[in-house]
Ligand binder design. Structure first.
Ligand code: ZN
Length: 145
């Protein structure tokens, strides 16, 4: 399975089973691959990240001036810790990644998009509390498998 390092963006090959995943380290920078933190993406890294991960990816499109985004950030990080074996969590600052945000037609924030192998699976506009957000993510994952 291909997995992009959250620290240095190197592409790692890791075994599929849960136990190996827990302890997996990056072959280049030796940081843990499953660190419980969303990965920050920008215009330069966005497409590569989507294409080079075999796991589904959920991206949070946010902005520093957006109140609901700030409320949702800790929820997103919490779910990342809980669901990181099933799903990659990534964040895009729409003020910096303007090209990516325009290409994807992001009109309201926060917007969440779930991808699998570079293809959009589902999209959600607006913040949700943790239980509802988790339900939405599970529903999106069930469309993949
Ligand atoms: Zn690394």
């Amino acid at each position: 399975m291909h997995y992009t390092c959250p620290s240095c963006a190197a592409i790692n090959r890791i075994a599929e089973d849960q136990q190996h995943k827990q302890q997996a380290q990056c072959g280049r920078c030796k940081q843990p691959l499953f660190n419980g933190q969303p990965v920050e993406l920008d215009d330069g890294s966005f497409q590569r990240f989507l294409q080079k991960n075999d796991m589904p990816v959920v991206v949070d499109f946010w902005a520093s001036w957006c109140g609901p985004c700030k409320m949702m950030a800790p929820v997103f990080t919490q779910l990342c810790g809980q669901m990181q074996q099933q799903l990659r969590f990534a964040k895009v600052n729409t003020e910096q990644a303007q090209q990516t945000s325009a290409q994807l037609g992001i009109r309201s924030i926060p917007t969440l998009i779930v991808y699998h192998q570079g293809k959009e699976i589902d999209r959600l506009a607006g913040a949700l509390p943790a239980p509802q957000l988790q339900q939405w993510l599970q529903a999106a994952l069930s469309k993949i498998h």
